[in-house]
Design a protein around this ligand. Structure first.
Ligand code: CUA
Length: 357
């Protein structure tokens, strides 16, 4: 009976491990084990390197244990056998103190080199002959529970979906508007905290275009417990060739002055201007500091509210009752006075906001 129970326990443990390990096998849009870019690759290499050292230790120790186990059995050596006494042996003590120190030293060299490399943001301040910044910088502001991406040199701002060029270092200034969050694009690199009291800086390199991925985007997450909707504080990253990125910037800049009018004959636009425009801009030209996510590129995005499938029904449900989808968000209760007809019209209007079409 006991034996059967033990076996059953072992099998369930193995089953659980299998589930976890298969989840680790990785989708390339979100897995640290399928790195896309220099930082992600370096971090992955460090991971493999440290696991290799640990595996070596486990193998050697297991071998010594099994060797001793097999060789020094009482049945072989007899009840009277007394092993050699080695207590207080300086040689042995030095050996088992020095080996771990050496292993840690070996591990520390690439770790320290990488840490300095990832923190090197000197290129952020470099300028060409005309005084323009040579590297792309994005200011990321984390808010409860969404992300704002400002491109200060380009004079544009967007939310929830970061657009970046591939094959070059993109520099990030990270901060938070309310509580501590953490910026993480698992497949590309990270993570680093967004704090209220200081700006953290780092860089990432995006190794491939996101177009071929499952949803056409890399997944980004908040990696610091920030409130009831922490686990829902997602963003997406669209990576494109430099030329396509420049075209995107130009079409963002072309939305300058775009706004919604309360006098519009379109019920959606008029309602939006009345009830939403105070927090949500519809022009991509601007800077950081909005109350709500910028909606200039809403139709181009992959998700509603960062998490829901991108369709009008979900957008209507979100506007009508955001609390149901992201508990504790700051939009809850703001639109309870809108009629279903107005919500439907506003959803149509928001779904029409695009810079890519
Ligand atoms: Cu923001 Cu967790």
């Amino acid at each position: 009976m006991m034996k059967g129970l033990k076996k059953w326990r072992l099998f369930s443990l193995l089953a659980v491990i299998t589930v976890f390990l298969s989840a680790c096998s990785g989708e390339d849009y979100i897995s640290t084990l399928k790195p896309a870019g220099e930082v992600g690759q370096d971090q992955f290499d460090l991971l493999i390197f440290s696991i290799s050292i640990m595996t070596l230790v486990v193998v050697v120790v297991s071998f010594l244990y099994l060797y001793a186990f097999a060789k020094f059995r009482r049945s072989k050596l007899g009840e009277k056998h007394m092993p050699k006494q080695v207590e207080g042996s300086h040689t042995l003590e030095i050996i088992w103190a020095v080996i771990p120190i050496v292993l840690l030293l070996i591990l520390s060299v690439p770790t320290i080199l990488s840490t300095y490399k990832f923190a090197d943001v000197k290129a952020m301040d470099e300028v060409d002959e005309e005084g323009n910044k040579t590297a792309l910088t994005v200011n990321v502001t984390a808010k409860l529970y969404w992300w704002e991406f400002e491109y200060p040199e380009q004079g544009i701002v967007t939310a929830q979906e970061l657009v970046v060029p591939t094959g070059e270092r993109v520099y990030f200034n990270l901060k938070a508007a309310d509580v501590k969050h953490s910026f993480w694009i698992p497949a590309v690199g990270g993570k680093m905290d967004n704090n209220v009291e200081n700006v953290n800086k780092f860089w990432l390199e995006f190794g491939k275009e996101s177009e071929g991925l499952k949803d056409g985007v890399f997944y980004g997450k908040c990696a610091e417990l920030c409130g009831p909707s922490h686990a829902l504080m997602d963003f997406k990253v669209k990576t494109v060739e430099r030329a396509e990125f420049d075209a995107w910037v130009a079409s963002m800049q072309a939305t300058e002055g775009q706004t919604a009018s309360v006098d519009s004959t379109d019920l959606g636009e008029a309602t939006f201007a009345q009830s939403c425009l105070g927090c949500h801009a519809v022009s991509g030209v601007g800077s950081t500091g909005a109350m709500g996510p910028n909606l200039a590129t809403f139709a181009d995005r992959n998700r509603v509210a960062g998490i829901l499938e991108h369709n009008k029904e979900n957008l209507e449900s979100w506007i009508a009752n955001p609390e149901e989808y992201k508990p504790g968000n700051l939009m809850t209760g703001k639109y309870s006075e809108l009629s279903p007809e107005e919500i439907s019209a506003v959803a149509d209007y928001i779904m029409s906001l695009s810079v890519e079409k």
